[in-house]
Each structure stands twice: as structure tokens, then as C-alpha cells.
Design a protein around this ligand. Structure first.
Ligand SMILES: NC(=O)C1=CN([C@@H]2O[C@H](COP(=O)(O)OP(=O)(O)OC[C@H]3O[C@@H](n4cnc5c(N)ncnc54)[C@H](OP(=O)(O)O)[C@@H]3O)[C@@H](O)[C@H]2O)C=CC1
Ligand SMILES: O=C(O)CCC(=O)C(=O)O
Ligand SMILES: [Mg+2]
Length: 737
């Protein structure tokens, strides 16, 4: 039984830009909440925090911290849960290693990350670090399905203040390239577990000689679970990547690879590594053993490789010589020479593909020039969405945010649904042979013949989350009357199993005529047509498309996914309120450190806060929380109406200014309401003082910008230094306390 939280609301401590924003905003939330008797606690789910909590052995009492992720993971299974979840880093290996080095430099006696563990001790350390790697937080906390959409006020604001969009030329050479066979899409098998098949299953590798190695044991498969297995042939992948590089050269465009190496923490870093090898194929051929001796692991990216070979003149010369033979490459940061293949976590498909599409199909090359790009997305399960979007905009021109309707999302996410739950069931085939799922009753569910190195994975989605997702979709469709599409491909094994759930459920509820079922490509075209005509659509999707579409459509419609409302209705009754649909925006930290300007937009936090307070009002019958929540919504509206969101450039108002305005509008709304006289009386003088001292406060905030800022760390910042940077107005601090 999970322990109840001592707090009404739990706010997460995370990383990078959102954590910087919290250093300013959380004190405002606490001041306002405490006046209403609402307590707000924190839980540390940052990358550094998770490392410290995982390796307490050699730490001092002062350095040790509790395992907050585990505690939150239990709490979200209770009806009382009320959590505001900000985006956290899903760490790639280079990020994990950097965070470990930083903590060690701060005196934390934690072990190094064993790149190639050989002893039992190293293997044990590696296994513990592997639990921290990649998407290690969201799957634990997301005990419910996803409801992401733009609040009406936010959508209205975007239509009245349309962001700039790159133009799409009909003859743009930008395109999506994917494999034509032997990818996860082609090889997928799926089945729904029957009562006779339920129980603990095994995943086995069967060698050519018939020997059996158990890859995973005690893997529970309940009745009604949809269980898939598939694999990607790495031979097919390698030849596809080699062709894609040649094809890019022929097109005269830029090569760009779009992956989710953070969230798909086992499969995608391997695929990324094959791209690094394909790009430097002649170098790997000639210097294979030297590269191994230098500890090169292509999965860690070109950045790590270049660092390791920098003293070997021959290898460096071979890499340089290759440049003339390669197409240009899409850059993450052309000023700093960071390429698309530098770090696996630098190009995250949900953010990177919408950025290309929003820019009219453009990327930036090594020289900083803008150009068309070949977007390489090896697997075909979801690539057609981007391919079709690109085709649509080539034919119709860019979307007009002033008139476009909205695509909301209802996403099947609960309990590690689908691919995002596949981390513990993804394997590289150890040799030629077969990989199979053997059920509790001895039956083989799925089996694939594989070659050494092939990437095999099994995914599941449980019955209760599927039923909950269909219900959520019906609720949203009823509330909005919008077009509603299940993005399911009848020709894909997994989707066909889901359709077997969806169709009878819609028929039983008598609403089959209100829903469409379409494969991702057709659904993309239909949804783009609908929003181009100014109407709305609901995309009812699986977990991956939830991720992809809740960046794609907001970035096209609103300019950013930071302004999204992102609610996770926990299946046991609690609420998890995610802030926006974007990530932790590393570029924003860079800008703050260089010139003390934080362009992070806290609109996601504002929306989540209002929802969390309203949820508290309903679930705990806390009337004061309801008053606070309604006032927070009014403050959010105030930010939009008065254009108080942060600007991008130094010298202009930033994240901190937007927090001042939020506090002010919040206090004014509380002072003006008549539902709770006590709260009105409490906040009237605060509202007055915030208004009277506006010039002084804004002056102090503006004066802080311009010079470099010292946070005392990157992954593990110094709280005092961060507070000094993020709360530079003594006048505001005196009012907030
Ligand atoms: N829910 C979660 O926990 C999530 C975590 N992540 C993690 O975040 C990290 C970075 O991911 P990445 O894919 O680069 O995506 P991000 O969403 O962090 O960044 C992409 C770009 O989106 C814009 N952006 C995102 N959020 C905001 C905001 N609140 N205000 C203003 N602009 C915003 C920024 O554009 P510009 O630079 O033009 O201002 C930013 O550079 C990774 O570690 C990833 O794993 C990612 C997604 C969700
Ligand atoms: O968990 C992650 O790694 C990223 C999550 C994400 O991008 C999303 O949910 O939109
Ligand atoms: Mg995402």
C-alpha cells in the first residue's frame, strides 16, 4: 500500500530550463497556496537527483537523498495523487557520463559509468545506471492515459497573434526516407493474450545448434494484453543508411537522422550508432581495431568519437578526407560545429521534425546556410506522418496559424503502453538463430528468425489502459463534437489487435458513426485538411504517436508545444498534470549562462497549476483551492491578453518577468473575487503592492540581464546561486517572501 503524501500538491524538481523557471516560480506558488492552506511539497526526479539516490553507499549523510521517483511511482497509484510534473532529462549515455563527472567534481563519491563492464561489480554498477538512463521517469509516473490539447484561451491567442512560419515551396527537395523492408513495421507480429495463455512468459534465444538462452524470465502477460514482437534487420538497416547517404548527395540536400534515442533507450541508440558507422564507413573499415582500442562506441555519437581519436593523426586525416565524399549534414548548432550525429540525444524526432516542417522544410548545414534536407527515419511505423505532412505542405503551402483549427490528442500511454514500455524486452540478437516468446502454458506466441545483431523487441499494452483510452476518447468527442480519428493501421499487426477492441466498444456505446479509423498517413492528410479548413480534430493514438503529434501539431498551430495543457488522468483516480508537451530545452540554459536571459515559457506550468488546484478542489472538497484555481486561470488569461510571455532576446522581458505578471494577475483576481472574503482580504494588499512597485520590480529584473550567469553546475546546480540568478528583484522577493 502506497503511503499518502503529506502535501496537497507535489511539484517535481527537474533539470535544465524548467528547473531554472521553478527557482523563480515555486516561491510564488507556495506563497499563494499557503494563504489558502494548500501545502505544496517537492519531489526530486532530476537526473542528478536520481543518480545520487541510486548510489548512496559512499556518500555522506548530508549528500544522501531519498529515492523520490520510487515514492512518486507509488503515489500515482493512489486516488489522492496530485502531482505537477515538469519535463526531466531522459539521459543519453554522454549526458549520463557528464552528470556523473559533475557530481564527482562536487565531491560525490559515485562510481564511473562502466562503458564496457567486465567484472561482476562493473556489471552490477552498469545495471544500476541503466535504470537511470533514457526515459526512466515518465513510464514510472504515467499510470494513466494522456489528454493533451491547447486550452481555448491559448488557441485563441495563437490565432490572434500568429507566429512566423517558413514558406513551403512546391519544388522543395525535403523528404522523408525510410526502409522498404525488414524494419520493425514489416516484421511485426501481434496477438491478444487469452485466459489459457495468461501467466509469466519467457523470451528465449534459440541458437542454430538448438541451444536455448533465456533473455527474459517471469514476464507477466495478463489476459487481454496485446503483445507484439518484431525486429529490425541490421543488414537491411546498414544498406538503407548507405543508400540514403548516396541519395542525399544526389539530391544535393542535407543528411539528417531523426530518432528518439532517449525514450527508446535500447533500440534507437543502436540504430543511431549504425548511422554513425555508415557515415564514416571507410574509416571504420580501415581503422576498426584502432577505434575499438580507443574505446569508440558509435552509439555514443560522432562527438565522442572525434574526442577519442583526436590524437591519432591518421584517423583524423581519414575523417577529413571523407568530407568531400559526403553530402552536407544537418547541424544541431553550426556555430559550435555540433552535427546531427554528434550526440544521440541532440536530435529528438518529436521536436526536430516539427522544427524542420515549421521552417518550410529547412535545416542548417555546416556553414550555417539554410537548405532542404533528407529526413532519414529508418522505421516505417510512424515515418509516414512526417512524409505526408511534408507532401501536404508542398502541395498546399504552410499552415496558417491565424485560421487553422486544432488537433487535440488522446493517447494510449498508461502502464508503460506499447513501444515505450519495451526497454526491458529489447535485445540485440547474440548470434544467428531465433528469438521467441514462450507463454506460461508452453505455447510459442511469436517467433522470428534473426541474424546476429538484429534488434528484436517485444511490447505490450494492457487491457484496462486500452479500455480507459477508448472511454477517454468517447468522452472528449462527446464534449467537443469534433471530428475524432483513431490513428490505427488495419494492415499493421498491433493496430489490428487494437481495432478489435475499439470497434466493439464504439458499437456498444452506440457512437461508431462519430469516429473514423485511419492509418497514420491517411489520418495525417485528413487532420491537416480539417484544421486547414478551420475545424478541429481529435487524434486518438498509441503512445509513440501521442509523443510525436503533441509536438507536431502544437508547433505548427501555436509555434511551440510549451503552451499545451497536458493532463494524465491516473487510472486509480489521482491527477498528474504535466506542463506543456516539450522538453527541458537545453538551448535555453545555454542562453541564460551566456547572457542571463531565460526564454523558457512557463505557460505549461501556469495551465498545469490551474488544473491541479481545480482537481484538489473537486477531489478533496477544498473550496479555497477552487478559488485559487479559478484565479490562476484568470492569471493565465491575463498573461495571454497582455502579451506577457517571455521574449527570445536578451534585454527583453524573460521568464522571470512573466512570473511577476502571473503573481500580479493572480493576486488581482483573488482580491477581486467574492466567493471567499478571507482570501480577498489577504490578497488585496499584495495585489496593490505588486502594482505600485511594478516599475521598480521590472527595473530590477531588467538590470539582471546581459552578463554571464553562474549556476554553480549544470546537472546539479547550486541552489543559492540559482536562486540569486532567478530571483534578482529584492522588491519582488520582499513581497513574495
Ligand atoms: N515530458 C518530459 O519529461 C520530456 C522530456 N524531454 C527531455 O527534454 C530534453 C530536451 O528535449 P528536446 O527534444 O531537445 O526538446 P525541447 O522541447 O526541450 O526543445 C526543443 C525546442 O522547443 C522549444 N521549447 C520547448 N519547451 C519550451 C518552453 N517551455 N518555452 C519555450 N520554448 C520551448 C525551444 O525552442 P527554441 O530553442 O527555438 O526556443 C527548444 O529549443 C531531453 O533530455 C528530453 O529527453 C523531452 C520531451 C518531454
Ligand atoms: O520521456 C521522455 O523521454 C520524453 C517524453 C516526451 O517527449 C513526451 O511525452 O512528449
Ligand atoms: Mg514529446
Amino acid at each position: 500500500m502506497a503511503e499518502k503524501s503529506n502535501f496537497d500538491i507535489l511539484y517535481t524538481i527537474v533539470d535544465e530550463a524548467p528547473e531554472l523557471a521553478s527557482a523563480s516560480f515555486l516561491s510564488i506558488i507556495r506563497k499563494f497556496a499557503s494563504a489558502a492552506g494548500v501545502s505544496v511539497g517537492t519531489k526530486d526526479i532530476s537526473l542528478a537527483g536520481r543518480i545520487i539516490a541510486t548510489f548512496p553507499e559512499n556518500l555522506t549523510d548530508q549528500q544522501r537523498i531519498t529515492d523520490d521517483l520510487a515514492a512518486l511511482g507509488e503515489l500515482v497509484k493512489t486516488p489522492e495523487a496530485n502531482v505537477i510534473k515538469l519535463p526531466n532529462i531522459s539521459a543519453s549515455v554522454p549526458q549520463l557520463v557528464a552528470a556523473i563527472e559533475e557530481l564527482q567534481s562536487q565531491g560525490y563519491d559515485i562510481p564511473n559509468y562502466p562503458e564496457e563492464p567486465s567484472t561482476d561489480e562493473e556489471k552490477a554498477i552498469r545495471a544500476r545506471y541503466d535504470t537511470i538512463k533514457g526515459s526512466a521517469v515518465n513510464p514510472v509516473l504515467r499510470e494513466g492515459n494522456s489528454d493533451r490539447r491547447a486550452a481555448k484561451a491559448v488557441k485563441n491567442y495563437a490565432q490572434k497573434n500568429p507566429h512566423s512560419m517558413g514558406e513551403w515551396a512546391a519544388d522543395s527537395k525535403t523528404k522523408v526516407s525510410s526502409m522498404s523492408d525488414n524494419d520493425f513495421y514489416a516484421n511485426e507480429k501481434s496477438a491478444t493474450i487469452t485466459a489459457a495463455q495468461a501467466g509469466d512468459a519467457k523470451i528465449e534465444f534459440v541458437g542454430k545448434d538448438g541451444s536455448v538462452t533465456v533473455l527474459k524470465d517471469g514476464w507477466p502477460l495478463d489476459e487481454g494484453t496485446v503483445a507484439d514482437a518484431t525486429f529490425m534487420s541490421v543488414k537491411a538497416l546498414s544498406s538503407f543508411l548507405a543508400d540514403a547517404i548516396e541519395d542525399t548527395k544526389k539530391d544535393g540536400t542535407m543528411f539528417s537522422l531523426h530518432m528518439k534515442a532517449t525514450m527508446m533507450k535500447v533500440s534507437d541508440p543502436i540504430i543511431f550508432g549504425y548511422a554513425v558507422k555508415a557515415w564514416l564507413a571507410p574509416v571504420f573499415e580501415k581503422f576498426g581495431s584502432e577505434l575499438s582500442a580507443l574505446g569508440v562506441n558509435p552509439n555514443s555519437g560522432l562527438g565522442d568519437l572525434l574526442e577519442r581519436v583526436k590524437d591519432n593523426a591518421e584517423i583524423v586525416a581519414a575523417i577529413d578526407a571523407l568530407k568531400g565524399d559526403r553530402p552536407s549534414m544537418y547541424m544541431v548548432d553550426s556555430d559550435k560545429g555540433i552535427t546531427n550525429l554528434h550526440v544521440p540525444s541532440d536530435v529528438i524526432i518529436d521536436a526536430s521534425m516539427p522544427a524542420v516542417i515549421r521552417a518550410g522544410g529547412k535545416g542548417w548545414d555546416e556553414t550555417g546556410a539554410k537548405g532542404d534536407t533528407n529526413c532519414v527515419i529508418p522505421d516505417r511505423c510512424y515515418a509516414p506522418v512526417y512524409d505526408e505532412a511534408i507532401n501536404f505542405f508542398k502541395a498546399n503551402g504552410a499552415l496558417n496559424p491565424a485560421t487553422a483549427g486544432a488537433v487535440a490528442n488522446v493517447g494510449l500511454m498508461a502502464q508503460k503502453a506499447e513501444e515505450y514500455g519495451s526497454h526491458p524486452t529489447t535485445f540485440e540478437a547474440p548470434a544467428d538463430g531465433a528469438i521467441r516468446i514462450v507463454l506460461a502454458n508452453g505455447e510459442t506466441l511469436h517467433e522470428h528468425a534473426v541474424k546476429k545483431g538484429d534488434i528484436w523487441r517485444a511490447c505490450t499494452v494492457k487491457k484496462a489502459p486500452i479500455e480507459n483510452w477508448i472511454q477517454l476518447a468517447m468522452d472528449r468527442q462527446r464534449l467537443t463534437g469534433s471530428e475524432a480519428i483513431f490513428w490505427l493501421d488495419a494492415n499493421r499487426a498491433h493496430d489490428a489487435e487494437l481495432i478489435n477492441y475499439v470497434k466493439p466498444a464504439l458499437a456498444a456505446a452506440g457512437v461508431a458513426d462519430k469516429f473514423l479509423i485511419m492509418a497514420p498517413r491517411e489520418a495525417t492528410r485528413q487532420s491537416l485538411k480539417t484544421i486547414t479548413a478551420g475545424k478541429d480534430s481529435i487524434a486518438i493514438t498509441g503512445n509513440v504517436l501521442r509523443d510525436y503529434l503533441t509536438d507536431l501539431f502544437p508547433i505548427l498551430e501555436l509555434g511551440t508545444s510549451a503552451k499545451m495543457l497536458s493532463i494524465v488522468k491516473l487510472m486509480q483516480g489521482g491527477g498528474l498534470f504535466e506542463t506543456g508537451a516539450g522538453g527541458s530545452a537545453p538551448k535555453h540554459v545555454q542562453q541564460l549562462v551566456e547572457e542571463n536571459h531565460l526564454r523558457w515559457d512557463s505557460m505549461g506550468e501556469f495551465c498545469a497549476l490551474g488544473e491541479s488546484l481545480n482537481f484538489l478542489a473537486d477531489s478533496a472538497g477544498n473550496a479555497k483551492a477552487g478559488v485559487l484555481g479559478a484565479a490562476a486561470e484568470a492569471a493565465t488569461q491575463g498573461i495571454l491578453d497582455n502579451n506577457k510571455s517571455p521574449s527570445r532576446k536578451v534585454g527583453q522581458p524573460d521568464n522571470r518577468d512573466s512570473h511577476y505578471w502571473f503573481a500580479r494577475y493572480w493576486a488581482e483576481a483573488l482580491a477581486a473575487q467574492s466567493e471567499d472574503a478571507e482570501l480577498a482580504a489577504e490578497f488585496a494588499p499584495i495585489a496593490k503592492e505588486l502594482a505600485e512597485k511594478e516599475q521598480q520590480i521590472l527595473g530590477e529584473l531588467a538590470a539582471a540581464q546581459g552578463a554571464p550567469a553562474d549556476l554553480g553546475g549544470y546537472y546539479h546546480t547550486d541552489p543559492a546561486k540559482t536562486a540569486a540568478v532567478m530571483r534578482p528583484s529584492a522588491t519582488l522577493n520582499a513581497i513574495i517572501g
